[in-house]
Ligand binder design. Structure first.
Ligand SMILES: Cc1ncc(COP(=O)(O)O)c(C=O)c1O
Length: 410
């Protein structure tokens, strides 16, 4: 069959972390491995009620084909969300998509020729890299530190590789949980202008904030030349099964993306859009977001406390001031993938970090989500993970384990 596959299909890469799906759903295993929101945050009864209502009363919209751009009232609502994130936009600047994952695919399809260079953060979201690989792009990594993308690294890689695009997740990144500072956002845009590449700003986690001082203002709020293509999503604040995301971009790019979307699916699911539209038009989103924040804030606190208690100086981790993840960095010579079998045997699962790094580094890192488990299981899981680390790396002297290697800043 191989001979029938397209060049792009030959470059498809299966998700390196899908293999962990089994572990994530095994009730006997305390799982920090998932990458999905907790079903406990979904307003299921309300969604059921609205679904029944739109199916019965609005069948010619909810069960019919719709405009490729999306339901006009929902597009207008989304433009309002974006304005609240500092972006100067109106309903005409919005294209609704089947989750922001489709947005990534449409952008890759519309902008990338085989061999074009896309810059991605080290580490980055695997769904993003899959979309770029699927168009036979060449991916180059850019260093991050705790303030976000390191400008020196971005400028150096851009000068060397002449990229067409940078893909960035400035707010509580998946997988690192980091928040890029506003100063870094400005520097990233300056470098993008200097080297003339576009920026995809992917922002599904910006509303999931657990601290007061986090500045999540969109990078696109600083964009005055249509250089930034901004992506948002209802997945993490409402429910990912509703597959409702969006793109905000300049008119020329958006018109092309709309044609790409016509070819892909004509329009996103109208039942999904109708449900989200009624929910948002009824003014229910702010209270829902507040509930979601409260739900994760506690769990995040529990995980950070447990890490402090059981990992102490043996690792460093990101503060997870928002989003769903903390990212743990261990001593340079520890390969976290090799710890997985022992961890699973001890009833705890995590995602090793290496698949998130396009340059093959990151073997001493792991991604932990606090979204799935309750406080008690989070504490117990971190305790078990620390014990696995202690025994598996037991060959090394204890004092070695106790001296942390702080990740390099740049
Ligand atoms: C950074 C990032 N972008 C995009 C997505 C896809 O989200 P959606 O459900 O909107 O397609 C995810 C999902 O986890 C994500 O973490």
């Amino acid at each position: 069959m191989e001979r029938f596959f397209s060049r792009d299909a030959r470059n498809f890469r299966p998700s390196a972390i899908r293999a962990f799906a089994k572990l994530i759903n095994d009730p006997n295993i305390i799982s920090f491995a998932g990458g999905v929101p907790s079903p406990e945050t979904f307003p299921a009864e309300r969604i059921a009620e609205i679904a029944g209502q739109v199916i019965r009363e609005k069948r010619s919209v909810a069960l019919q084909y719709g405009p490729t751009r999306g339901l006009p009232r929902l597009c207008d609502f989304v433009a309002g969300i974006c304005r609240s994130r500092g972006i100067d936009c109106s309903v005409d600047d919005v294209l609704l998509t089947t989750g922001s994952q489709q947005a990534l695919d449409l952008i890759a399809h519309t902008l990338l020729d085989p061999g074009d260079v896309v810059l991605v953060e080290l580490p980055t979201y695997i769904g993003g890299t899959s979309s770029f690989y699927a168009r036979s792009a060449t991916l180059e990594g850019v260093e991050q530190d705790d303030d976000g993308i390191v400008p020196k690294s971005l400028a150096e890689v851009a000068a060397r590789t002449k990229p067409k695009l940078l893909y960035t997740i400035p707010n509580f990144q998946n997988p690192s949980g980091r928040l890029m500072t506003q100063q870094r956002r400005a520097e990233v845009l300056r470098i993008a202008a200097e080297h003339d590449f576009l920026v995809i700003e992917d922002d599904p986690y910006g509303e999931l904030v657990y601290v007061r001082e986090a500045d999540t203002l969109a990078m696109k709020s600083r964009d005055h030349e249509d250089r930034v293509i901004y992506l948002g999503s209802f997945s993490k604040i409402l429910a990912p099964g509703l597959r409702c995301g969006w793109i905000v971009a300049g008119a020329e790019v958006l018109a092309k993306l709309e044609i790409a979307k016509q070819a892909a699916d004509l329009c996103s699911g109208m039942l999904d859009q109708s449900i989200v539209d009624e929910f948002t038009a009824a003014g229910e989103l702010p209270a829902q977001i507040a509930r979601v924040r409260d739900f994760y804030r506690e769990k995040r606190g529990t995980m950070l406390e447990a890490l402090q208690e059981h990992f102490g100086a043996r690792a460093t981790w990101t503060p997870a001031d928002g989003g769903l993840f903390t990212f743990v960095t261990m001593r340079d010579d520890i390969d976290t993938a090799a710890l997985v079998p022992d961890a699973v045997a001890n009833g705890v699962a995590f995602i090793p970090g290496a698949p998130f790094f396009v340059d093959g580094t990151g073997r001493n890192t792991m991604r932990l989500t606090f979204a799935k488990e309750n406080d008690e299981r989070i504490r117990e899981g971190i305790r078990r993970l620390a014990a696995v680390l202690r025994t598996s790396v037991g060959a090394a002297s204890h004092s070695d384990l106790d001296s942390p290697r702080v990740p390099r800043a740049d």
